[in-house]
Design a protein around this ligand. Sequence first.
Ligand SMILES: [Ca+2]
Ligand SMILES: [Ca+2]
Ligand SMILES: [Ca+2]
Length: 419
Amino acid sequence: MKKILTLMAVIALVLSSASCSDDDTVKLSNLTVTLTTPTEVEGFSIDASVEGIPVTLTNTTDNTETTLNTDAAGTAIFENVAAGSYSISASTNLEIGVNNINLIASSTASILAGIDKELTLPLVGSVKQNDLIISEIYTSTPEFVGLSYLQSKFIEVYNNTDETLTTEGLILATIAGRSGNDGDRTWSASLPIGEKIYASNVLRFPQDNIKSIAPGEGIVIALNAIDYTDGLPADKDATKFADLSNSDFECYSTDYLQGLGFTGSMFFDSDNSEVANMDILYMYNQGNNAFVNFSSSGEAYVLYRDANFAITDDSYVEEAEDTADPKTRYVTLESQYVIDGVCVLANSSAAAYQSLPSTIDASFTYCKEDGGAMNSGITLIRKKDASASTDSKVVLIDTNNSASDFTQSENPTPHVYGE
Ligand SMILES: [Ca+2]
Ligand SMILES: [Ca+2]
Ligand SMILES: [Ca+2]
């Protein structure tokens, strides 16, 4: 009996050591990774294919990598994976107009010998724009000194990226809106904003005079390229006025208006021959004595990049509730080509009058909380990102939410960024 027991123990030992060596060399596993895509990222509807997205499996002990592309179901099957610790990552990019939607997924997994594993990883999206931004909006001049209260307005544009950018295909547009004062109507009541927005002025940067803008540099687009600090009466505070004589571009609408048959003598407009003029594609305030205006209450400002942009008969819309006769026409723009936009409303409680979709500006800014923006002299300045800025480059905050990205100041600062 003892012999039999010993024999059985020996047999058991042989069998067990045989199966042990089997485990060490043969028992591999399959890891199935399935990616899922979001339906919406920061307000953009996503209709992304899950096919052909590279998924990388990395052994965290020896850093060996295997990359497979997903099939039509979003699945990648890693076969014969050895037991161990792994990281899994996947990423892909979608372009929606000028917006780059970055989708990424990552996870870790422990693979046990001989045990297959299945993982579902959601791709998480973020919107990246690597382009120019609006850094200052001076729509409201301090007081009547000559014509400066109407005319010394400007928009400043800043290169917040690390690459040199240009004005090729670039348009500055003012987006029609209502001020939020009593009796005003909300723009969206008759023409819903979303994929489309509606411009009251469309100004193209001159394409025969393309300007390069280095990282950390900016350009100024003035209504008039004049030094409004020059010749001020002694009782005026010059820091509340702007020297716009060295602007990069200016608005000059006389030729445009005369081309439409208007005959006003000077249209409250002047032309500095040393500063290139914006190309006026559309201007709604047409008539004698008209000029391009940057309003302090109710308009939004957008930078738009589309080298093929052209206005056709189909571009024009009228607002049904407009009581003017004839109704004012606006130019339809596609939100997907907006590279930056800032909504400026009459006061802090005018949210219903927002004229941009939340993908461009989640909220709005204003010159004065309680209104009275006109002639308040308040300029809107994009804030500096102190932690990202260095001695050699100012980085400005751009969360696409102008309530937190902008601050108010009494001192216009053309060509000065993030003060
Ligand atoms: Ca000029
Ligand atoms: Ca922005
Ligand atoms: Ca500035």
